[in-house]
Design a protein around this ligand. Structure first.
Ligand code: KIV
Ligand code: ZN
Length: 407
């Protein structure tokens, strides 16, 4: 919900870049185009379409998304602009040029540059000093800025980098023209309070000389190695972040990235806790979740928050009885809000009680049976449920036809 004193939270979706880095996932160009179109409808602000230098296929996918999806406005009334199409580049001129060649077909485009800043990465991976790191970052951002206005810089492994060094790097890239500074917890190492406090410190102590730091967007990018990606992202928002980098279903490297649906629905459920609003059309969340899962071949765990198949199901008798009396008893989000199928939310199993059983019989057209038949069918159902995890409608119909035939 938009209120006057709230700032817009930019939703940066990286399903097609960091998400595709999930082990075993490869999407074809056509599949990426389909997902990109749905992300546009969903109301995503920035779409990171790929890493153009990494392969000819990735270049083509980013270029086609920029050309074919970049201009689309369908369903984007709440956002008011087409998506910005971003591509990733290392801090190398050749990468940056290739990225620009692919994304520049979109009316709004961004070059996203990554360069590691933690001592572990500088020493063992890049084999450069801190001074060389700053020089490389500035050269890369300046070159990107000569090609386009919209430049994002990410100090990779920021979550384990020295914070005073990060302030120096970020001040230098802001002076060189970066408009978004993203602070990734690349290895999912940070704790929520720590990640939030890091933004507070960086925002207070990064001192560019040519530009006000208030003119840049601070961004969070979390990985889920400790299961804290969503909590860390929310803590970042509370400490000044106005862009979050997320994927559908939390798909991504190792344990994945921050799940878009979780961040969006946390803000939706607790608007008064956050200084931001978003323009995601939440009713499309389950559909796009299913699409990404099917096309990428990644199964969503049943108890996954918001989009898992059990996210709105109730099995125990006490819960089913409560929900039948009033949904508010056990539902903090209505299934319709995220486009979840609201039928069959009462799972019939051994924990189910009479109320849910009666409701399901009504749903399948057996609401009028007499009390004796009801009781006998309920007893048979309980026996069956002891040996079967889920009792289906098919099972009920068989139980009922036996009873109705013998009565
Ligand atoms: O996790 C990471 O550090 C990244 C960067 C490219 C932002 O994905
Ligand atoms: Zn990442």
């Amino acid at each position: 919900m938009v209120t006057s004193n709230k700032e817009k939270l930019i939703i940066f979706d990286t399903t097609l870049r960091d998400g595709e880095q999930a082990p075993g996932v490869t999407l074809t160009v056509v599949e990426k185009l389909e997902i990109a179109k749905q992300l546009s409808r969903l109301g995503v602000d920035v779409l990171e379409a790929g890493f153009p230098i990494s392969s000819q296929g990735d270049f083509e996918a980013v270029e086609r998304i920029a050309t074919e999806v970049g201009p689309l406005m369908i369903g984007r009334e709440a956002v008011g602009t087409p998506m910005t199409i971003a591509g990733l580049a290392r801090a190398v001129h050749q990468d940056i040029q290739r990225c620009f060649d692919a994304v520049s077909k979109a009316p709004r485009h961004r070059i996203h540059i990554v360069l590691a800043t933690s001592d572990i990465h500088l020493k063992y991976k890049l084999k450069i000093t801190r001074e060389e790191c700053i020089a490389r970052a500035v050269s890369a951002v300046s070159f990107a800025k000569s090609l386009t206005d919209d430049v994002e810089f990410s100090p990779e492994d920021a979550g384990r980098s020295d914070q005073d060094f990060l302030c120096e790097v970020l001040a230098a890239v802001i002076d060189a023209g970066a408009t978004t500074v993203n602070v990734p917890d690349t290895v999912g190492y940070n704790m929520p309070a720590e990640y939030g406090a890091m933004f507070k410190y960086l925002i207070a102590n990064t001192k560019p000389t040519k530009k006000a730091k208030e003119d840049v967007i601070w961004s969070a990018h979390c990985h889920n190695d400790l299961g804290l990606a969503t909590a860390n992202t929310l803590a970042a928002i509370m400490n000044g972040v106005r862009q979050v980098e997320v994927t559908i279903n939390g798909m991504g490297e190792r344990a994945g990235n921050t799940a878009m649906e979780e961040v969006v629905m946390a803000i939706h459920t607790h608007p008064s806790h956050f200084p931001v609003y978003h323009t995601i059309q939440t009713e499309h969340l389950c559909r796009i979740s299913l699409m990404v899962s099917t096309l990428s071949g990644t199964v969503i765990q049943p108890n996954k928050a918001i989009v898992g198949s059990n996210a709105f199901s109730h099995e125990s008798g006490i819960h089913q009885d409560g929900v039948l009396k009033n949904k508010l008893t056990y539902e903090i989000i209505s299934p319709e809000t995220v486009g979840a199928n609201s039928s069959n939310m009462l799972i019939l199993g051994k924990h189910s009680g009479r109320a849910a059983f009666r409701a399901r019989l009504q749903e399948i057209g057996f609401g009028g049976i007499d009390e004796e038949t009801f009781q006998a069918t309920f007893d048979s159902f309980k026996n069956l449920a002891d040996s079967k995890k889920r009792v289906t409608e098919q099972d009920l119909i068989i139980l009922l036809s036996d009873r109705v035939a013998s009565s």
